[in-house]
Design a protein around this ligand. Structure first.
Ligand code: HEC
Ligand code: HEC
Length: 228
């Protein structure tokens, strides 16, 4: 049983991390590059951008534009500026070093550029990105956010997520994501670390949530809510 579990975990990890390896040019593996202290634009892209724009740059238009032909639409400076400022649902990457943003621009221009510095996204930053990519079409993060598009269409009310960390612990939160209650899809494809990142980011929003939030909202869900 234990061996099975280990094999399963190993298999999942390979699935999750496998794609980054296939996409690296010149047969170099990611771990080789990590030890050399430099990181390619390709690897930076997989780490910071692929969650929304796709590992193969194709995105999922219209919400997340394809970046395949972006160099025909935008100059290097325009892309670098956008990475600094962000725009609408595109987050700012101002915390990356200039060299890293340049490496990303180079990558989008089809060059194999390297950056000598390596910055990791904090769990909260990764969580926010994952929320935008996976949850924002149904859930408001904060009460004052605009109505998400899928809420409008389906006429039901997925709860505002700021505040859920008050009454859901991490295991419970992860279970809900795995099950996908009501018409919420299952997010079992997100690994545990990614699910925790979303949780950590939501935790930073607790201060924006009114005390009654969540429980009040849940009463509005016709025929939903029997998952606890
Ligand atoms: C959380 C999701 C998300 C992440 C992560 C993200 N983007 Fe975006 N990106 C978007 C969205 C949404 C837009 C469209 C912005 C708008 O509405 O103006 C966009 C637009 C862009 C554009 C402009 C495309 C065009 O044709 O106008 C570029 C270039 C871009 N992103 C590059 C990147 C790069 C490089 C990264 C990683 C450092 C990244 N993005 C990470 C969501 C994301
Ligand atoms: C297609 C719409 C949809 C998407 C996408 C979606 N959800 Fe949900 N979610 C719902 C609905 C509807 C409920 C209410 C279920 C109920 O009350 O029975 C819900 C409930 C929840 C709850 C339980 C809240 C509570 O008060 O108990 C959590 C936590 C949650 N979602 C997190 C997420 C996260 C995180 C994501 C993204 C990874 C996500 N959801 C994506 C529709 C969605």
């Amino acid at each position: 049983m234990k061996t099975l579990l280990i094999a399963f975990v190993a298999g999942t990890l390979m699935l999750v991390f496998g794609f980054t390896k296939y996409n690296l040019p010149g047969g170099k593996s990611l771990s080789q590059q990590d030890t050399s202290g430099s990181i390619t634009g390709t690897a930076l892209f997989q780490k910071n951008c692929a969650v929304c724009h796709g590992a193969d740059l194709s995105g999922s238009p219209p919400a997340f534009p394809s970046l395949k032909e972006v160099k025909t639409r935008m100059t290097r400076t325009q892309i670098a500026d956008l990475l600094k400022t962000g725009r609408n649902n595109m987050p700012s990457f101002s915390y990356l070093a200039d060299a890293e943003r340049q490496a990303l621009v180079g990558f989008l221009y089809g060059e194999n550029t390297e950056s000598q510095v390596q910055t990791q996204l904090t769990p909260e930053e990764q969580g926010r990105n994952l929320f935008v990519a996976n949850c924002a079409r149904c859930h408001k993060a904060k009460p004052g956010d605009p109505l998400p598009p899928d809420q409008r269409r389906m006429g039901m009310r997925p709860p505002v997520l700021a505040g859920v960390t008050r009454y859901l612990d991490i295991p419970r939160f992860e279970t809900i994501l795995n099950i996908g209650p009501c018409y919420m899809p299952s997010f079992s494809f997100l690994n545990q670390q990614k699910k925790s990142s979303i949780y950590f980011w939501l935790k930073t929003l607790e201060k924006d949530a009114p005390r009654y939030n969540g429980m009040m909202q849940r009463r509005g869900n016709m025929g939903c809510g029997g998952y606890r």
